[in-house]
Design a protein around this ligand. Structure first.
Ligand code: TNX
Length: 513
C-alpha cells in the first residue's frame, strides 16, 4: 500500500509525526480503555458521535481488533505527564499515555485526525510521539467587562482544550463588575455585579457556579487561575465598600478614551460601564482594606484547587510608586499565605518587596516598552518565573482587521493571524534562562465582546496560532506560517459542529465545513 504523505491538519502540530496506514471506523469499532481512562474514552466516543454520527461502544475489554481505538496507560514512562503516543500501524488506533491528561490530549489529536473518503470515516494514519514545549498554556477570559455565565465558560473550555490549552485564567473582577460571590463581603456581588460594559446585563458566580466551572475545567484537564485584580481596576469596590477605596483619579487618558468612544466618565460609588482603565485604587496601608484583601484571597484560594491565584497589579495609574510597592508586597504575601503561588501582571515586578517566587505575566510588546523588561526580569531574579502574553501578538481582543467591528487596536492592532503565529517566546525578555519561561497565555479582554459569538470570533483562529507556540517544538519542521495556515484551513468543520464562530480571515484558504 502506498501512503499519500500529506501533513494532517493537526494544531498544535505534534513533536514527532510519521505517516502510517489509516484506520477506518465502522459500526463495530469500539473505544477500549482501562477504567482510569474511561472518561477520556467516552469523550472521544461522544466527539465522534457528534461529528460523524457513529455511536461507538466504549468498553474496558481488552481484546483489540482492527478498527478499534485502544487506550493504554503506560505508567512506566518517566517523561512528561502530558505526553502520549498514537500509532495506527497495527490496524487499530493505539493510544498510549502516562496519565489521563496525556490520554486527553491524545484524544484531541485523534479528533483532528478524523477524515472521510468514499469508503467512509477514518482516523488518518499516524505514528505520533508528542509532549508539550510549555507546561503552562493559558487562555484568559475577562468575565468582568462582560459577564459570561457557567454554560458559556464551559463552551470556552471545550473550544480551548481542543487546542491543548491547560490553563483557564478567569479575570473575575474589574471596574465594570465583581463576578465572584464573597461570603465575607456580599455587597460586592449584591451591589457591583449587575451591569457589564456598554450598559449590558451583568451577573456573578455563586460558590456553586464557580465550583462547577473548576470541576468542568478539571474534567478537560484545565486548571482555573482566578484573578482578583488589585489595587487598581477596583471601581466596583467604590460601589460596594467605598471605605476601602481612594478617590477616583480622572487622568487625561481616561478623558480622551471617554471622548473617543462616547462614554461617560467614572463616578466614585456609581456603576461604571465605559472602557477606561487606571482611575481606581484601593486604599494603601489601611488596616481594614488590608483585611479585606487578605480575606478575599483566602476565600478565592479555598475555592480553587489549582496551585495559582492571580492578584492583578496592572495599570494602577493613580497610585504612587511607593504606595504600589507597599500594596504589592502585602497582596503577594496574602496570596502566599493561602499556600498558593501568586501570579501578577508584570508591573508588580517593580515592587522591591514582591513575595519571592511570584510568577509574572508579561503583557508588553515583543519589543518591550521602556521599563517593562526590567519589571518582568525582576520576577525571575526573585526566584519566580514568567508567563508571556505579549499584547501585540497574543491579545485575542485586538481587531483582526482594521475594519472589523469587534476589538481594540491599542496593542499595535489590528493583529493578523500571521502576527499571532510568528513569534518566539524566548526572544522577548533578555537576560533570563529559557527555563524561566513556564508558558504562554492568550488573553481575551471583553470590552467590545458582548456575546459568546463575539468572544469566539475574536478568539479564532488566532487562539489556534498561539496554542501551537505554547505546545509545539520551536524547531519542528511544521512550525512555519505556511504549514499552519494550510493545517488550520480545515478546522471550520469542527468549529461548526461545536457552534464556535470564527473570523473568516483572508489570510487562510478556508476549506468550507
Ligand atoms: C490592558 S494588559 C489591560 C486591560 C484591558 C486591555 C484591553 C492589562 C494587564 N490590562 O485592563 O482590558 O488592555 O486590551
Amino acid at each position: 500500500m502506498t501512503l499519500a504523505v500529506t501533513t494532517p491538519p493537526l494544531v498544535p502540530f505534534p513533536a514527532s509525526f510519521e505517516a502510517a496506514p489509516p484506520v477506518h471506523l465502522t459500526a463495530v469499532s469500539r473505544v477500549i480503555a482501562p477504567a482510569i481512562l474511561q472518561r477520556e474514552a467516552q469523550s472521544l466516543a461522544n466527539a465522534i458521535a457528534w461529528r460523524i454520527g457513529l455511536e461507538l461502544v466504549v468498553t474496558e475489554s481488552s481484546d483489540v481488533t482492527p478498527g478499534d481505538i485502544f487506550f493504554t496507560l503506560d505508567t512506566e514512562s518517566d517523561g512528561s505527564a502530558e505526553a502520549y503516543q498514537i500509532d495506527t500501524t497495527e490496524g487499530y488506533v493505539a493510544v498510549t499515555a502516562t496519565t489521563a491528561t496525556g490520554a486527553f490530549w491524545a484524544m484531541q489529536t485523534v479528533r483532528q485526525l478524523l477524515d472521510h473518503d468514499a469508503d467512509g470515516w477514518f482516523v488518518t494514519g499516524a505514528r505520533i510521539t508528542d509532549s508539550p514545549r510549555y507546561t503552562y498554556r493559558g487562555v484568559m477570559l475577562d468575565v468582568a467587562r462582560h459577564f459570561f455565565g457557567v454554560d458559556d465558560v464551559k463552551r470556552y473550555i471545550d473550544a480551548m482544550s481542543a487546542y491543548k490549552y491547560n490553563v483557564l485564567h478567569l479575570h473575575l473582577t474589574d471596574d465594570q463588575g465583581w463576578r465572584l460571590h464573597s461570603e465575607a463581603y456580599p455587597a460586592l456581588t449584591e451591589k457591583a455585579s449587575g451591569t457589564s460594559a456598554l450598559g449590558d446585563q451583568g451577573g456573578f458566580y455563586t460558590a456553586a457556579d464557580y465550583a462547577e466551572i473548576v470541576a468542568y475545567a478539571a474534567s478537560r484537564h484545565m486548571t482555573v487561575v482566578p484573578e482578583i485584580d488589585v489595587p487598581g481596576h477596583t471601581h466596583t469596590v467604590t460601589v460596594a465598600y467605598p471605605e476601602f477605596t481612594k478617590e477616583t483619579v480622572i487622568m487625561d487618558s481616561v478623558v480622551e478614551g471617554a471622548m473617543l468612544f462616547g462614554q461617560a466618565l467614572p463616578v466614585h460609588g456609581q456603576p461604571y460601564v465605559g472602557w477606561g482603565v487606571g482611575f481606581s485604587s484601593l486604599k494603601i496601608d489601611d488596616p481594614a482594606t488590608d483585611e479585606f484583601v487578605s480575606t478575599i484571597f483566602r476565600e478565592v484560594a479555598q475555592a480553587t484547587p489549582g496551585p495559582f491565584v492571580h492578584l492583578g497589579g496592572d495599570e494602577s495609574l493613580g497610585t504612587t510608586e511607593e504606595d504600589f510597592a507597599a500594596f504589592i508586597a502585602l497582596a503577594s504575601r496574602a496570596v502566599q499565605a493561602t499556600g498558593k503561588t501568586a501570579v501578577a501582571w508584570h508591573e508588580a515586578g517593580k515592587a522591591p518587596d514582591l513575595a519571592p517566587g511570584t510568577i509574572g505575566q508579561y503583557w508588553g510588546f515583543l519589543e518591550p516598552q521602556p521599563g517593562y523588561e526590567d519589571e518582568a526580569r525582576a520576577f525571575v531574579e526573585k526566584g519566580g518565573s514568567l508567563v508571556l502574553s505579549p499584547a501585540d501578538v497574543s491579545y485575542l481582543d485586538m481587531k483582526p482587521t482594521a475594519d472589523h467591528p469587534l476589538g481594540l487596536v491599542w496593542a499595535k492592532g489590528p493583529t493578523s493571524v500571521e502576527t499571532a503565529y510568528t513569534w518566539e517566546p524566548t526572544d522577548i525578555i533578555s537576560g533570563i534562562a529559557p527555563e524561566a519561561i513556564i508558558g504562554v497565555e492568550a488573553p481575551l479582554w471583553t470590552e467590545s465582546a458582548r456575546t459568546m459569538a463575539d468572544v469566539f470570533t475574536l478568539a479564532f483562529p488566532r487562539a489556534a496560532a498561539v496554542a501551537e507556540i505554547a505546545w509545539s517544538p520551536q524547531d519542528g519542521s511544521e512550525r512555519t506560517w505556511e504549514s499552519f495556515r494550510t493545517r488550520v484551513a480545515s478546522h471550520p468543520s469542527a468549529w461548526q459542529a461545536e457552534g464556535v464562530t470564527f473570523h473568516n480571515s483572508e489570510e487562510i484558504s478556508w476549506i468550507p465545513a
